[in-house]
Every structure is written in structure tokens, then in C-alpha cells.
Design a binder for this molecule. Sequence first.
Ligand code: IPD
Ligand code: CA
Ligand code: CA
Length: 273
Amino acid sequence: MALPSAILNVMANAALKAAKGLVRDFGEVEQLQVSVKGPGDFVSTADRRAERTIKSELLRVRPGYGSLFEESGAEEGTDRRHRFIVDPLDGTTNFLHGIPHFAISIALESEGEVVAGVVYDPTRDEMFWAEKGAGAFLNDHRLRVSARRHLGEAVIGTGLAARHKGEAEDQTGAFAAVTAAAGAVRQTGAAALDLAYVAAGRYDGFWQKGLSPWDMAAGIVLVREAGGYVSDLGGGREMMASGEVLAANDHLHLPLAALVKDALRAVRERKDR
Ligand code: IPD
Ligand code: CA
Ligand code: CA
């Protein structure tokens, strides 16, 4: 794989190194499923270990950069302009249950804008990567978002954050509306991969509320560089601040956004009645 910049190489190598540990641990998790204690503690250890590996790889090369890691939080660097945003294991519930659908997500932000990202799926050895101005790729292949124009033929991804179960009613409303209008809806439990799949044209769109910056940072640059459009649920650019994201190609972004917005409004009106 020929990556365009040194920093993207560092990010991809950090992901590959941490992935080795995760793959080993995933094998162990499959054994632990049947034990009485279950794999819970083991998975949090695996998660933290992956994070330590990524952190040391990234900061060895860019010691001054700031960082935001899911497990260890935010650290300011001497370089205030750059920040890594990392989810060492996206799809933890899948991992914990022995479902082979999880990823490592590493993004680089420059002056508040995500400029590079990698999402690595160790199970399928798929490295999704993108850099602002250089395009989006899956391993060596250039990515383009799908060209579908009709929601009725589209496959749309979504998710519900575990800690946002209180919003299940909102999600059920939006889910029903999109299911009725779209070809199919998928909820597979790894938001970073969901966005990567939009970039790859596998999904025609994706929406979710309640996400954290590390779930979406790398995915945002992937979708943009693959020619797609990413916004918050109101159509604005406050994805990271709001935790909301809606990504699709140019044709489907507006209709999908309208559908989700109307469905959420209908749920709110029902609640207020
Ligand atoms: C979760 C996954 C999931 C999404 C949740 C996230 P984690 O991340 O991305 O798909 O629905 O909102 O928290 O906890 O597996 O890193
Ligand atoms: Ca995550
Ligand atoms: Ca995680």
C-alpha cells in the first residue's frame, strides 16, 4: 500500500500494530464466551492495551501533538494546532460477543478540521484511509461513494449508542421511517466502519445520534474524500460537537436528512402531547 504522506503511514502502522493484539485477544474472547465470568474484563484490558500501543506509536513520531483517546481522554500538546482523535476499538459490543465486526479508528485534526484518517478492520484486513485533497482508498483502491439516486434502492446504516438507550424512541421512529422509504436499513454496531462503508459505496447513507468524536473523525474525512457529503442531523457542520452525523452521496443526503428530521419531529410531538 503506497500512502501519500508520512503521517498517514504512521497512523496506518499504529493501527496495524494494535490490530495484531486485538486479533489475538479476539480469539481468546471466543473461548471466554462460554466461561461463567464472561469476557467483559478481558475485553476492557484488550481495549486499553490497543490504545497504549497506538498512543506510543503516534506520539513517538509526533510528540508535540495533542490527542483525544476514548479510554484515556484529552491531552494537550505543545503543538496546539494538531490533535490525534482515536478509538482503539470501535464495535466493542461486537468484539465482546465474538462478532467479527470491529475496527480501529485514527484521525488527525489540524486547526479544528479532520485532515487525515484511517479505519482498519482486522478481520477482513481492510485498511480504509483518506487524506484531505488526496482522496479516499481501501487498501490500494480508490473509493467513491455510491451513485444511487433513489432512496428506494438505497442501503442505509444507522446505530444507537448503548449509553443513549433513553433515545430508543427517537431511534425507533427514525428507523421505521427510513425502513419504509429505503431499500434496506442496517445496524451493525461499529460507527467508524459504517462511515467507511459509505465512503466505499457499500452503504448509500448513514445516520446516527449520540456519537463521540472518536467514532466519527476518521470516517468524516473518508466520506468527504470519497465524494460524499457529511453533516449533523440539521444539515450543519457541527458533527463533533453535536454527536450527530448524516452521511450520503449528494443525491441522497437531502432526502435522507428530511426523512430523519421529520421522523424525529413526529416522535417529539407525540411525546409532548
Ligand atoms: C460504539 C459503536 C456503535 C455506536 C455507539 C458507539 P464503541 O463505539 O460505534 O456502533 O452505535 O454509539 O459508542 O463503544 O464500540 O467504541
Ligand atoms: Ca466507538
Ligand atoms: Ca471504543
